[in-house]
Ligand binder design. Structure first.
Ligand SMILES: Cc1cc2nc3c(=O)[nH]c(=O)nc-3n(C[C@H](O)[C@H](O)[C@H](O)COP(=O)(O)OP(=O)(O)OC[C@H]3O[C@@H](n4cnc5c(N)ncnc54)[C@H](O)[C@@H]3O)c2cc1C
Length: 443
């Protein structure tokens, strides 16, 4: 049987970054015909769309070294300008720091209830996501934006979602900051994510979008095997069953298997998983994201990089204006618009219906100039996209991670570890895991 010191299942950013660090000791197996996982970009008749909105926030030295060391990363600063649409007016993102453009009554209500929330802080700790939102922002801001937005985002009762894993993405302001942001003409405050980058290759580049980064990493892998689907994980024999165009075969690992497959899927494929763990894993639910890429002919709008929509009658949570990330993502007389629709994975939707709802919503929310024509709607699905955290699913994921690690399998990545992480976080953990494995296996 063929073997390698390390096998890596999946060539998303997590698999790619660990593979680059393990260099010629690793074989990377990817089911798709292209590397990158979520970080892929499609071109439809001159209009480019990332699979999901992707802006790179470099947080740690490890990812900065790896990415800026790529020969053609073309990364350029792209500090985002984002807006929040509410029924009381439009405000800069993050809303809690920019109340000044809302209707005066709404501003007063938001500040008053924020004051009440701060006064009662510490009386009891929030037991779920809904309570945590209200304790952080107050009732009025929640009713105006955070509740309807998150209800659309999760499409599950917010009271059934565990608070902690979702909170790192939220900017928790002080009352002073909120009041400051409510003063007319007050300066805009940067969001947590303003140190951001996006690739801008030359106009004739054969690849564009965030895929420039995953393709650059993939080029550095000595042994990447595409269209190799892992269909079985056999820890006792330290090998995988892999399906390729030429049939099934087994490949063995000598030191470790790194799995970036979604954690519930890795469990399904793995031998000897206890019945109780397989049963508990059923609680690990997720949402998928359907990104509808609209190829639009006509004058480009200046509406920022993206806008959030809380209105429950609109099917999308966000509209993303990709020409602001890189003007060459569309022909000069057009622009690419990405509409983000999160859905629970257990609900079946008709793509044709979704397409009609999104087109109607895009017209209704006024982002198209008079002369704009929607030329095509391209559908991209990210599944899984958002892990849904409940107390039960967090406990199941912890047991699953412990089980796999105890069998010589190292879970990695956003879905491999069943977590909420960014591109730079998965790159950093890929590099860190690979360095740790090299150090452990050296002694
Ligand atoms: C809607 C959305 C917006 C986001 N926006 C941002 C953003 O703006 N900035 C940011 O930093 N991050 C963002 N992220 C997060 C970022 O996309 C992820 O953190 C990152 O792409 C995860 O990489 P990964 O390698 O862990 O997983 P994946 O990209 O899912 O890679 C897993 C790989 O495994 C492969 N695979 C699966 N099953 C098998 C099998 N059986 N055999 C072989 N291969 C298999 C898959 O094909 C895939 O290539 C966003 C995520 C979403 C969903």
């Amino acid at each position: 049987m063929e073997s390698a010191p390390y096998l890596i299942a999946g060539a998303g950013l997590a698999g790619l970054s660990s593979g680059v660090t393990l260099a010629d000791q690793a074989v990377v197996l990817e089911t798709s015909d292209r590397p990158g996982g979520l970080v892929r970009t499609e071109c439809f008749n001159g209009f480019w769309f990332d699979h999901v909105i992707h802006l790179l926030h470099v947080q740690e030295q490890a990812s900065e070294d790896l990415l800026l060391g790529l020969p053609d990363h073309y990364l350029e600063p792209c500090p985002p300008t984002a807006w929040v649409e509410t029924e009381e007016g439009t405000a800069r993102f993050p809303l809690q720091l920019h109340l000044s453009s809302l209707n005066p009554d709404a501003i007063e209500r938001c500040i008053q209830s924020m004051r009440e929330a701060i006064a009662s802080m510490g009386e009891s700790s929030p037991s779920n996501f809904q309570e945590a939102l209200e304790a952080t922002f107050g009732k009025a801001l929640c009713e105006l934006f955070f509740f309807p937005y998150n209800q659309k985002m999760w499409r599950r009762p917010l009271s059934e979602i565990t608070a902690d894993p979702n909170l790192w993405t939220l900017h928790r302001p002080s009352l002073e900051e909120v009041i400051q942001g409510a003063i007319p003409g007050s300066a805009t405050k940067p969001a947590y994510n303003s140190r951001a980058f996006y690739p801008r290759p030359p106009p004739n580049s054969p690849i564009r979008g965030m895929q420039v980064i995953s393709a650059g990493l993939a080029d550095r892998l000595p042994d990447l095997r595409l269209e190799h689907e892992v269909t079985g994980i056999h820890p006792r024999e330290k090998c995988l069953t892999v399906r390729t165009g030429a049939g099934e075969k087994r490949i063995a690992w000598k030191k470790a298997l790194i799995s970036t497959l979604p954690l519930p899927r890795a469990l399904e494929l793995c031998d000897d998983v206890p019945e109780s763990l397989s049963h508990a894993a059923k609680s690990m639910r997720h949402n998928l994201v359907v990104s509808l890429g609209l190829s639009i002919r006509g004058r480009r709008p200046s509406l920022g990089h993206w806008r959030y929509y809380a209105d429950p009658s609109l099917p999308f949570t966000r509209l993303v204006f990709l020409h602001e990330f890189d003007p060459d993502l569309a022909p000069a007389d057009g622009w690419p618009l990405l509409a983000e629709v999160p859905l629970p994975s257990e609900i079946a939707v008709s793509p044709a219906e979704l397409r009609e709802q999104v087109i109607e919503g895009v017209h209704r929310c006024g982002v198209l100039n008079g002369n704009c024509q929607i030329e095509a709607v391209n559908i991209l699905v990210a599944d899984p996209a958002y892990v849904c955290f409940t107390d039960e699913s967090i406990a199941a994921a912890e047991s699953a991670l412990a089980f796999l690690r105890s069998h010589g399998i190292e879970p990695l990545g956003r879905y491999g570890r069943w977590q909420y992480s960014s591109m730079s976080q998965v790159i950093e953990s890929g590099v860190a895991l690979a360095e740790d494995l090299l150090a452990r296996n050296r002694v």
